[in-house]
Design a protein around this ligand. Structure first.
Ligand code: EPU
Length: 447
């Protein structure tokens, strides 16, 4: 258990290189189960969630060589002899349940625990399970041990599956199951996140037949077998947003290497409207700064190409420094404002509220039944307020990054507990912030 001690109030300046995208790395590891040939996955971020996923592969009997220094991971299946994801991994990493697709496709059986992961709401996988059942899998949930027992002794078969609501990892789960299924699978209302296209990119290199056949539609023709591949993961656009927010928040300027402006359109639009600035230095290099005093802008989170839910927490801290009243309406997850109470401890003026929505069951991306009385789906921030130091606790990954930003902007010394949350998705964040001039130190907690 570690904590961060941060002395804030300094503008951050300099260059930073983005790590490989967490939400690509985890799925590429899963895809490696689909072939017995060797894989090399490059630009792998050295993050906790990646390690957990690689441990899951090892627990299935798959060979994994992880060279953290060169950010390359070698994976080779051929020895899988276990078909059960350990309970502990399931509780710690929701994405570990995604091995269900490849295991069913290749071995006709899988046991996955009811997934945990970030504490941002219930996050069930009912849509994933429905789709796999429609592909011929028989899946039972045993509440006694918290496992899904899945079987497809005759193999999986292609189907047309319409997602009742967008699901990023749901879409990926169906793709991972369909590439080796008999016949053609058509996914309707498929997720459009660029991270999904990276998975399609690796699978295509492996010999899979996948195309985006219409808006929000993916067609997969099953093939009898797949090859190994060498693939380099794209940079993490969620990190880019974090550094852009850090530059504007602290009044500094940060040049991001590995920038992908083409995948940040929704963010860059509101960032500019709020007074943030950016300069395109070249295709993969962007300088972020504050153009003028920040002003309030309202946002609504939506699946791609909307403003991503992963960006709203860093946006929230930026808005504490903006003149006026801004709102953030979270429509993807039912519970993603855990950072707001922590920011209030630093002097931020934030109120929770529930916007009027005519048909919430259709409007929200989470299952409306997961809404509990007392859950709020929006916050109202009144700014600007000078943030002061505080003792804070990270509750999830993006909230963790947000608290670090807030402490960097605040006057005085802050202490942030629960650093393992940020370690799930940002590689050595303190070293990279330090290189930008931040006064941040990682300290081992007394146990
Ligand atoms: N949902 C269900 N049932 C399902 C599937 C989803 O109720 O079967 C709900 C979820 O609980 C959520 C909403 O529907 O409220 C949307 O979920 P989606 O499936 O799209 O999200 P996800 O696949 O679980 C991925 C990323 C998230 C990112 C979202 C949105 C990974 C490993 N996770 O989650 O990333 O916020 O898509 O793009 O790719 C993060 O990196 O911190 C993170 C949470």
């Amino acid at each position: 258990m570690d904590k961060f001690v941060i002395n804030g109030g300094k503008p951050l300046r300099g260059e930073v290189t983005l790590g490989g995208a967490k939400n690509v790395a985890l799925k590429l590891f899963v895809a490696c189960i689909l072939s017995d040939e060797p894989f090399v996955i490059r630009n792998v971020p050295a993050i906790r969630d990646g390690e957990i996923m690689l441990d899951v592969l090892k627990s299935l009997g798959i060979m994994v060589k992880n060279d953290r220094f060169s950010h390359a991971v070698e994976i080779q299946n051929g020895h899988a002899n276990q078909f059960q994801v350990p309970l502990d991994a399931g509780a710690r990493l929701r994405t570990s349940s995604m091995v269900i697709g490849p295991l069913l496709a290749r071995y006709g059986r899988a046991m996955i625990p009811n997934p945990g992961g970030c504490r941002i709401g219930a996050r069930p996988i009912d849509r994933h399970i429905d789709a796999l059942k429609q592909m011929g899998a028989s899946i039972q949930y045993h509440s006694q041990d918290g496992y899904f027992y899945a079987e497809a002794p005759g193999g999986l078969r292609g189907t047309t599956y319409t997602f009742p609501k967008n699901s990023h990892t749901g879409t990926e789960t169906v793709i991972l199951a369909a590439v080796l299924a008999k016949g053609t699978t058509v996914i309707k209302n498929a997720a459009e996140e660029v991270e999904v296209d990276e998975l399609i990119g690796l699978l295509t290199r492996m010999g899979a037949n996948i195309r985006r056949s219409a808006p929000r539609q993916i067609t997969i023709l099953g093939v009898p077998g797949l090859r190994g591949a060498d693939y380099t993961i794209m940079p993490d656009r969620n990190e880019e947003v974090t550094f852009a927010a850090a530059a504007a928040l602290t009044g500094g300027e940060i040049t991001v290497i590995g920038s992908q402006r083409e995948h940040l359109t929704a963010f860059l639009k509101v960032f500019s409207a709020a007074g943030g600035g950016y300069e395109a230095i070249d295709k993969a290099k962007t300088r972020f700064f504050r153009r003028r005093e920040l002003t309030a802008v309202d946002i609504l989170t939506r699946p791609h190409p909307g403003f991503m839910t992963d960006w709203q927490a860093p946006w929230g801290v930026l808005m504490t420094q903006a003149a006026g009243v801004s709102t953030i309406h979270e429509s993807v997850f039912e519970n993603r404002f855990s950072y707001a109470d922590e920011l209030k401890k630093m002097g931020a003026k934030i109120e929770y509220f529930n916007p009027e929505v005519t048909n919430p069951a259709a409007y929200y991306n989470f299952n409306w039944e997961d809404h509990k009385p007392g859950d709020y789906h929006a916050i109202r921030i009144t700014g600007p307020t000078k943030l002061h130091n505080a003792v804070l606790t990270m509750t999830d990954l993006r909230a963790g990054a947000t608290l670090v930003l807030a402490a960097l902007a605040a006057d005085g010394q802050s202490v942030i507990h629960g650093v393992e949350q940020i370690d799930r998705g940002y590689e050595h964040i303190e070293d990279r912030l330090h290189a930008l001039g931040a006064n941040i130190e990682r300290v081992k907690e007394e146990v």
